[in-house]
Design a protein around this ligand. Structure first.
Ligand code: NDP
Length: 226
């Protein structure tokens, strides 16, 4: 039977690349965008159903859940994220900037996963949270983007709490580092292109099906230190 992946934040960058990869592998893809006018590339892919979602908005998540009904998800890929303020040192960021960054990167992804959990196949399903190596407390500090890294460390922490709350399950949870990738966020200096990173991530997700447990790994499957 054709498998279904829900990809959150697929208007551009890695999310759009993931939609392409899952489609090419024969999956049914449900891809979310914040602004329906930014769905042009997605709407050209025949296996993609586009949905509107602002992950920060609990009402928007509820509406998505209602539209999904009893759709069975094999993969929930929570890709959406933001870089936060980049024009000043971390400790110079103001309360609004820090609140927005930590809310979008750490709280909203896990809240969304909690809300959509009943749709994810409990035996074979995979939930992926897009983390970053910068979120590793062991190796991230000193690599740059301190505040962003701290928000991804917070996501990793929230994810471990989410996993602990799952109890006995065959569901697999991945905290994924996509590599440093050329996107609006990654910038032109990044060594990896979207296709290489997303092809690797698809492979990791496919291999994880049915394995269970929670792993923090990169797009090539290398385990990362928390
Ligand atoms: P981009 O900035 O290119 O794309 C970010 C995506 O997230 C867009 O589709 C954006 O939608 C969406 N998004 C942001 N906020 C929300 C929200 N509140 N609700 C719904 N969608 C939202 O980033 P990348 O593609 O580079 O990054 C994707 C993920 O990978 C992020 O989580 C990022 O932190 C992570 N990552 C990226 C790395 C890289 O090198 N590129 C390295 C490590 C991790 P919109 O178009 O509406 O703004």
């Amino acid at each position: 039977m054709q498998k279904t992946a829900l990809i959150i934040g697929a208007s551009r960058g890695l999310g759009l690349g993931l939609a392409k990869q899952f489609c090419a592998a024969g999956w049914q893809v449900i891809a979310t965008v914040r602004n329906p006018q930014h769905a042009e590339a997605l709407s050209q892919m025949p296996q993609v159903r586009v949905e509107t979602l602002d992950m920060d908005d609990a009402g928007s998540v509820d509406q998505l859940a209602a539209r999904l009904g009893d759709t069975r998800l094999d993969v929930l890929f929570v890709n959406a994220g933001v870089a936060g303020p980049q024009d000043k040192p971390a400790t110079q960021a103001n309360q609004t900037e820090v609140g927005q960054l930590f809310f979008t990167n750490a709280v909203a992804p896990v809240r969304l996963a909690e809300r959509l959990l009943p749709l994810v196949d409990p035996a074979q399903g995979v939930i992926v949270f897009m983390s970053s190596i910068l979120g590793s407390v062991e190796t991230g500090p000193g690599m740059g983007m301190d505040l962003y890294g701290a928000s991804k460390a917070a996501l990793n922490h929230m994810t471990r709490t989410f996993v602990a709350g799952l109890g006995e399950t065959r569901l697999t949870v991945l905290s994924m580092h996509p590599g440093w990738v050329k996107t609006d966020m990654g910038g032109d200096q990044a060594p990896l292109d979207v296709e290489t990173s997303t092809r690797g991530m698809l492979e990791q997700v496919t291999q994880a099906i049915g394995q269970g447990g929670h792993r923090y790994l990169d797009y090539q499957g290398n385990p990362l230190p928390w």
